[in-house]
Design a protein around this ligand. Structure first.
Ligand SMILES: Nc1ncnc2c1ncn2[C@@H]1O[C@H](COP(=O)(O)OP(=O)(O)OP(=O)(O)O)[C@@H](O)[C@H]1O
Length: 308
């Protein structure tokens, strides 16, 4: 069975910058796949190549066994794309936006009506079918963009940061729609949200500087961190002072702060005692060991916070 996606030594330069650097990957059909990486890692460039918007400088990419450079038309027939921006036609109603997409794909009218109604129902916009996208919330617009990408029953759906800028409830709604598509198509998404990748995806690749860093399921990636020593420290007072101290210890490998709560990883278990000796117990409200998260894997590999 051919892979849904197959990239071999894919490379793209912008001037002197190498945005994608000999990137190879195979994604099986029916997978929900996430490509993660900090800003500028090369994720959008890869999506643009796979969706035939951009040509690579070298290497090959195939979608459902069609070459993106030589068989662009076939590839475009097979894919649905949810780009980073909601590029809906604001002069068309929700329903008309979907009908337009069906026409572009040459779908017969009877099938179009059925399909469009079914999709509006799926994304919970049936009641707003005759309204213009400008009157929709961000979450509703996003759902309409997802519906539009599905009109022609694509085999591979690309979602570039599908939930960026949405409130938690709308994010959940988009997740539910994406999860409901599982087994009907291959889904390729990029995201900045680790919880999204963790909850939705069968397989995750983390990349940076155009290169693949790690590849596996969420639990496999977290397993890689089993050796790391993650702790949570909470202070009653003087959190700023303690932050400075923590940053100064050579054995503190990563440090994140939320108010008076610090999440940190140590280079080894043996450093817990010197750490506690140095900061004392006077201002400590809580100290505990913590299970590694996907965010820890990301920081460990890229050296950067997801939101940086
Ligand atoms: N048209 C362009 N011209 C020049 N440089 C570009 C162009 N598009 C992207 N880049 C650069 O290529 C690198 C990869 O960009 P890309 O948009 O693929 O990253 P990304 O991982 O999608 O980032 P983000 O998470 O911010 O969307 C970045 O350094 C970016 O500045």
């Amino acid at each position: 069975m051919p892979a849904a996606l197959s990239l071999h030594e894919l490379t793209k330069h912008y001037g002197t910058l190498t945005a994608v650097d000999r990137f190879s990957l195979k994604v099986d059909r029916g997978t929900i796949f996430a490509l993660l990486g900090p800003n500028g890692a090369g994720k959008t460039t890869i999506i643009r190549i796979l969706t035939t918007v951009l040509r690579p400088d070298s290497g090959t990419a195939r979608v459902e066994d069609f070459d993106v450079q030589r068989q662009g038309r076939e590839v475009r027939r097979l894919i649905g794309v949810v780009p980073q921006d909601n590029n809906l036609d604001r002069y068309l109603t929700a329903r008309e936006n979907l009908v337009m997409q069906a026409r572009l794909h040459g779908m017969p009218s009877a099938e179009t009506n059925r399909r469009v109604d079914e999709l509006l129902e799926l994304v919970g916009l049936s009641g707003r079918r005759n309204d213009f996208p400008d009157t929709f919330s961000g979450g509703m617009q996003r759902r309409l963009v997802v519906a539009r990408a599905l009109v022609h029953r694509p085999k591979v759906l690309f979602l570039d940061e599908p939930t960026t800028g949405l409130d938690p409830q709308s994010r959940r709604a988009v997740w539910d729609y994406v999860a409901s598509l599982k087994d009907t198509m291959t889904i390729f998404l990029t995201t900045h949200y680790m919880d999204e990748a963790d909850a939705l995806c069968d397989r995750i690749v983390i990349m940076d500087h155009g290169r693949l860093l790690v590849d596996g399921s969420a639990s496999q990636l977290k397993e890689r961190m089993a050796h790391a020593h993650h702790y949570e420290l909470q202070f009653r007072a003087h959190a700023d002072r303690y932050e400075k101290m923590l940053k100064g210890f050579p054995f503190v490998r990563s440090l994140q702060r939320t108010g008076d709560l610090f999440r940190l990883s140590l280079a080894g278990e043996e450093f817990l005692k010197p750490l506690m000796d140095a900061i004392g117990t006077e201002d400590i409200r809580k100290v505990c060991l913590r299970e590694p998260t996907l965010e820890d894997v990301f920081i460990e590999l890229t050296g950067r916070d997801v939101r940086e």
